[in-house]
Design a protein around this ligand. Sequence first.
Ligand SMILES: [Zn+2]
Length: 410
Amino acid sequence: MNNSGKAEVLIPRTLCSIEDFNNLNTDIEGLCSVSITWDNGFVTELKPLKNKNERPKNLLFPRFVETHSHIDKSFTWEAFPNLASNYGDALSVNLKEHKTRTTDKVIERVEKSLSIAIKNGYRAIRSHIDTYQSQGIDIWIELFKLQKKLSSELILQLVALAPLKFWDSSNGEELARLLSSHGGILGGVVVPPFNKKETTKFLSKMLILADKYKLEIDLHIDESIIKPGAGIKVLLETMDKFQISVPVTCSHLSSLMFLKDREIIYFGKKMADKNIKVIALPLTNFWLLNRNCKTNSLKRPVAPIKQLQKSFVDVSIGSDNVQDPWYPFGNFDPFYMMSCAIPMLQLNPWERMTLSSLFLAPSRLLNLSWDGLVKKGCPADFVILDGQRWADVFASSLKRKVFIKGVLYR
Ligand SMILES: [Zn+2]
């Protein structure tokens, strides 16, 4: 097993830290030419290429981090299609799928998803797992076994996605205890229309439970076109009342887009104060939300990434569902996600904040030991592409090699 090597590559300037930066040749797209050497699975040398006229024929990225997925239901589209492609139908088809669910079926989907994800270049994945009262604990035992089995190739973080009131039940408390010994996370849904009093009550219970077992919370929140920001308002009010500092992630937050700019900045500042992190999920939001057959409007809600970043909120971009009732496409491929998200969100790939939301913020969100910055001493965990410019990264003919701890993955 050869875990040492050397390559001449282009790396986005903001994704590498290099001592000899004065001699670095960086092009107008922010790609710099470097020579990289790794020994025993770690980068031992990173330096500018001496010959400034020679442009490397490969591009290097750190292996990717997926912040939001649903590996328990991926590839169920064929058996459970949602041809109307809207949120309401996705939910009802999802519930039909629950009725046929067995631990074996879920584990089969999870194994398939993760094996594709590793091959495509992911090093870590946070996934939500549908959780409900009638479900036994055995599914979690199998998931944690798999998490351990794959740990040398992929870090898997699991969120129990349950109705909020589940966390106020004895089953909820039992699961919270189990999650606390496996780095698990409490999940839930806060999407209008909802009863404010009840939502406040259950969010409070959830915060107290998370605090008790030292767990994080990741909510599907404001994935909606009605009552913009209603969910985040209730969450902020509840957190203010309890003064509990539990790490909270807001997934989606898409209806915030319909607020006035000054309101977005106002909520952004409040979220930054509480260190609430955000995951924008443009693919499913654009696909499912605001499908008005009468007007055929193309107004699409998605978390207002740039305004939130301006308010110092750490924003990541995730993929969400793969080939299930919520989204019929995708294949756990970070380049598919970037090819869709970058043009649809008008994010320039040569800008620092864009690459932060795709590489560095996700590493921070999952609390990974490596921040994703390529530098001397970092793991030799790369995806190396045939290509010389951003257009090649988003071409369908993409050819890639994945290195895990310096070893070429086959
Ligand atoms: Zn989701």
